[in-house]
Design a protein around this ligand. Structure first.
Ligand code: ZN
Length: 436
């Protein structure tokens, strides 16, 4: 894009006066931003770092994810797909100052690796974010290949050009360099607003613009709430603002939120219990994880109680219908030694049976099935299996224990049931004649 406005012309001119990225910076990046790689190829390990190759000592070593090179001592990540030629791409950032601008320079680095040779590198500055003291930003960047699916398919032979104002909406703007070159040049106003050297995993251009125009970001950083800060800058701001009262209590009490997402969940649970969020003893728990877990368990228990009350009311309603339909079978009981098989007479029993044996007879509303009759098989009065009998076919449809598996009494239960199916049949005939 050809620079048109005064600012665009100014930035384009200033950009050409910046010193090139130095060989020293490149060397630092080559050491700091890449992994070391190795590959197992034709029964031998190959170090992509020093080109050394050797035979693994044992079979088990050949399936490790990391291995130490026996020559250079590098901790090598093992290339899974047995490639002998590949590259790694990574970004690093350089912080520069030019007149009143904070400049965030983004360099894209390639590491080319090949079996039996040492790696080669290439580096190219692909973007410059120019940030003025008001926190307004304009970006210069290389062109990208519009036919590629990747948003950062840079055309390395193009030159840095000023991009439109709305470039901040592009995914390219969000690119977060893996590391920032440690010798930084930073505007004094950024230091005044709390920046020291850490970027806390936040893209520097995003951190700097926030520190220059958003007093909340500045407050959070100065309070050393780095987990909170990165969350604040990454997610929609409303989420933090919704809890702003509680956040302020933390800031006032020098309470560091170690994990913002857990803390947020904890605050939401406090709210559910209608606790006072201006009270530090609630909002600033000494052990966040333990307090969170305890409170969530308490909430779950309460919800379960509420659910049971609701279920009981529901059960009373359906019990009448159920009794009316299955009354003629009530009292049926088949026994053999300490095994008792009885008809489920109450809908409540369906729920308890389902809870104990962890199957779905209650949740799937077997009590509402017209054509089925359900029995509980118990040893010393403890449920071991539930039996469903089809009333139209007069046969056992299913007979299941814990989590729908067979119990060790399954055979005995089945034979006792089969022997007594005739009793169900005769009750049914009697029931029908009564109905008529
Ligand atoms: Zn090596």
């Amino acid at each position: 894009m050809i620079p048109k406005s005064i600012i665009e012309k100014e930035i384009s001119n200033l950009s050409s006066t910046l010193k090139p990225i130095t060989a020293q910076m490149h060397t630092w990046a080559e050491k700091s931003i890449f992994l070391k790689w190795g590959v197992l190829s034709r029964g031998k390990f190959h170090c992509f770092e020093c080109a050394h190759s050797w035979k693994p000592e044992s079979q088990s070593k050949s399936c490790q994810k990391f291995i130490k090179c026996t020559s250079c001592g590098g901790k090598l990540k093992i290339q899974g797909c047995n490639q002998v030629h590949f590259r790694e791409i990574e970004y690093f950032g350089v912080l520069d100052v030019c007149q009143d601008y904070q400049v965030v320079r983004i360099i894209c680095s390639h590491k080319h690796m090949k079996k039996n040779v040492t790696p080669t590198y290439s580096h190219k500055e692909v973007m410059q974010h120019w940030i003025n003291p008001k926190g307004e930003v304009r970006t210069m960047s290389l062109s990208t290949n519009v036919f590629s699916h990747a948003y950062d398919a840079w055309q390395y032979y193009s030159s840095l050009e000023i991009r439109p104002k709305n470039f901040q909406n592009s995914p390219k703007y969000q690119i977060n360099p893996y590391k920032v070159y440690p010798h930084m040049k930073v505007l004094p106003i950024l230091k005044r607003n709390g920046f020291k050297t850490g970027v806390y995993n936040i893209a520097p251009q995003i951190l700097f613009t926030a520190l220059l125009k958003d007093s909340i970001a500045e407050t959070i950083l100065k309070a050393k709430q780095t987990s909170l800060l990165s969350y604040y800058l990454q997610s929609p701001h409303q989420k933090i603002l919704r809890n702003w009262q509680a956040v302020k209590v933390c800031l006032k009490n020098n309470y560091i939120i170690t994990d913002y997402t857990i803390w947020e969940d904890y605050i939401a649970t406090l709210q559910w219990f209608k606790k006072d969020l201006s009270c530090p003893s609630f909002v600033c728990p000494e052990n966040l994880n333990a307090s969170h877990d305890k409170l969530v368990a308490k909430k779950r228990e309460l919800q379960r109680k509420k659910y049971l009350i609701k279920m009981r009311a529901e059960i009373q309603k359906v019990q009448k219908v159920y009794a009316e339909e299955k009354k003629c079978f009530f009292g049926l009981c088949f026994s053999h030694q300490n095994l008792n098989i009885t008809v489920l007479e109450n809908v409540q029993d369906f729920m308890e049976e389902g809870d104990i044996l962890q199957h779905c007879i209650f949740t799937n509303e077997y009590h509402k099935k017209n054509n089925s009759l359900l029995f509980s098989a118990r040893i010393d009065n403890i449920p071991v299996e539930t039996i469903e009998v089809s009333l139209s076919k007069m046969e056992i449809t299913q007979c299941r224990g814990i989590k729908n598996n067979k119990s060790k009494h399954h055979k005995l239960i089945m034979s006792l049931m089969k022997k007594n199916l005739y009793q169900i049949h005769s009750r049914m005939k009697k029931g029908k004649s009564v109905k008529r």
